[in-house]
Design a protein. Sequence first.
Length: 98
Amino acid sequence: MKTLIQLSLITVVLWGCAGGLNPSNTAKVDAAFAKYEDSQGKAIFREKCAKCHHYKLPETKAAEKWPGIIDRMAKKAKLNDDQKADVLAFVTKHAKAS
């Protein structure tokens, strides 16, 4: 039973990290981010968000979904309030239409 629970947890973690852009594929990441204008939010997003998982580009979520995601992730990424606001402005500006 313990092994089953451990395997389930590993599966959930890996599934959550799946999708998005692999940060180690620099050329693909650079190409994907080239379409966005340079901003503090973009720079922070690129620097902090790939440390734990693949990038989920802004247009993969609707604008109303991003505040909750950024609230949860900002703590893990150790963003201060200004950084959090910059990232939120970046992702909501480029989010998919709802």
